[in-house]
Ligand binder design. Sequence first.
Ligand code: FES
Ligand code: FES
Length: 178
Amino acid sequence: MAINQSTAAAVTGVQGPESVPVSLSVNGSTYVVELEPRVSLLDALREHLDLTGSKKGCDQGTCGACTVWQDGRRVLACLTLAMTAEGHEISTIEGVAQDGELHPMQQAFIDHDAFQCGYCTPGQIMSAIALIREGNATTDADIAEHMSGNLCRCQAYPNIHAAIREVRDADDDGDGGR
Ligand code: FES
Ligand code: FES
């Protein structure tokens, strides 16, 4: 006897493999998109929500280009299934500037010439802000260690670290610079 998808889901709790509605809260807006359960959060952001700021470098969790925040914590969007982001607040680089003003970390990256090709930059900035909030930017060694998941093929590390130090030193309430 054939069992349709919704019946199967009700019986087993399993959804898919066909597309299912997924509700995503991103940068304060809610989106409902039809996604196959295998779709990563990164692909959902880039290909379904047209939020292409988060970059796909390796697509296997080794470069950090896709770093976003889930409930304020850094996650790799390429290793996160979009479905599992339901019920959480996702923040991307598109949500970091406010009221037309760059986030201090974005401005510091510009001021310190902290990017060359810029491909890694959105992930670097998302990590850099979170790093300060986490209390992991106290020393140069801390910064190097806790940014080590964000690779920069242009080797802009000294400038990236200088930008982080500047924002850290100006940040009096530990919120990452704003
Ligand atoms: S694209 Fe996700 S870690 Fe490289
Ligand atoms: S600025 Fe080119 S990869 Fe980082």
